[in-house]
Design a protein around this ligand. Structure first.
Ligand code: GGG
Length: 351
């Protein structure tokens, strides 16, 4: 019997709903497999935890997570309780950094049973490789003076090591897919980091002569995601550009509620972390209508990560069959509750 030890952090808002629901599905998958079991250790780290303890996770929190095989996270943030930058940096970004989860993989593709809001939808299937350790997400900067004289400086940090690493990850991924990498840049407006980004992209591209490449400014690329997403295969983007592009990717799929993400520790030294793209959605908490698909698809990526590609594929098929039957939450135009979606996904897996 193989055991996968999961550190489970439901976090805030609908994270507390979609995470437990997804664990039920993982248990069914393990049972159907027969030779696999999940062991869960729950961590209550969240904005509510912050109100009680003054921190998003305890001082030895990272140590506590170290003996797990992966972190399964829901959502972080409740601006009514804690400023967003404090909750994100105190939990989500802290784990990404401490566990060297330097790559964030975020797929977006047409889903069976989901109507894309695009005017002229053609099937698309793309993956954004988001640099996950630096870039615009940086502590470098500061605030001085106040009032009319106030000055705020926010530096973006781009190292050769991290930039090359993200590019190589994208090219290796493209080799296994349709052989095209698009770089998200803005080197016409951002005069240091983005020309450097382009330079590294061209250097790494030279190592992969079989891969088709292109560079697109982020503003144009954002528009192309809406008008012709089918033209893209793998996109490599900085931390912030990748975050924005993947919300667009989620929107053109049909809802931010269905998009998954994997924060990968590429050397296997520390656990990777699996979390949906969506946030805590405080406006729908407690209504039973949170869409569990983003968390479930994230679970499917986690199964792939652990070498259970067959289970990951079964789960995705069960999700799509459920959607095709019209069992979907209101964000997708449906009338079903989260529990009904979960129940049908489980039925699909068992039949
Ligand atoms: N699903 C995790 C979550 O709550 N994400 C919200 C968010 O704003 N994330 C920012 C980021 O991924 O950098």
């Amino acid at each position: 019997m193989s055991v996968i030890k999961l550190a489970v952090i439901p976090g805030d808002g609908i994270g507390k709903e979609v995470v437990p629901a997804s664990l039920k599905v993982l248990d069914v998958l393990a049972e159907l497999h027969g030779g696999l079991r999940f062991e869960y250790k729950q961590y209550p780290w969240s904005c509510e935890y912050y109100l009680e303890h003054g921190v998003m996770m305890p001082e030895d929190g990272i140590e506590q997570l170290k003996d797990s095989d992966a972190v399964f996270l829901g959502a972080v943030g409740n601006p009514n309780l804690v400023a967003d930058h404090i909750s994100l940096w105190g939990l989500l970004i802290k784990i990404r950094r401490e566990f060297e989860q330097v790559i964030n993989v975020r797929p977006a593709r047409s889903m069976k049973g989901v109507t894309s809001p695009l005017a002229n939808p053609k099937d698309f299937d793309l993956i954004v490789v988001r640099e996950n350790s630096e870039g615009e997400y940086s502590e470098s900067g500061g605030r001085i003076h106040s009032g009319k004289d106030e000055v705020v400086i926010q530096n973006a940090v781009f190292t050769r090591k991290a930039t090359e690493r993200a590019m190589r990850y994208a090219f290796e991924l493209a080799k296994k897919r349709r052989g095209k990498v698009t770089s998200a840049t803005k080197s016409n407006g951002i005069v240091h980091s983005m020309p450097f980004w382009d330079e590294v992209f061209h250097q790494v591209a030279a190592e992969y002569p079989g891969i088709q490449t292109e560079s697109r400014h982020i503003d144009a690329l954002s528009a192309f995601f809406v008008t012709r997403p089918h033209e893209y295969d793998v996109i490599v983007a900085s931390n912030l550009f990748g975050d924005i592009l993947t919300d667009i990717g989620a929107a053109i799929m049909g809802s931010i509620g269905i998009a998954p993400a994997a924060n990968i520790n590429i050397n296997g030294k520390y656990p990777s972390m699996f979390e949906p793209v969506h946030g805590s959605a405080p406006d729908i908490v407690g209504k039973g209508i949170a869409n569990p698909i983003g968390q479930l698809w994230t679970a499917s990526m986690m199964l792939d990560h652990f070498g259970y590609q067959d289970l990951g594929k079964n789960l995705l098929q069960a999700i799509e069959s459920t959607l095709e039957k019209g069992i979907k939450t209101p964000d997708l135009g449906g009338r079903s509750k989260m529990d009904e979606v979960i129940e049908e996904v489980i039925n699909q897996l068992k039949n």
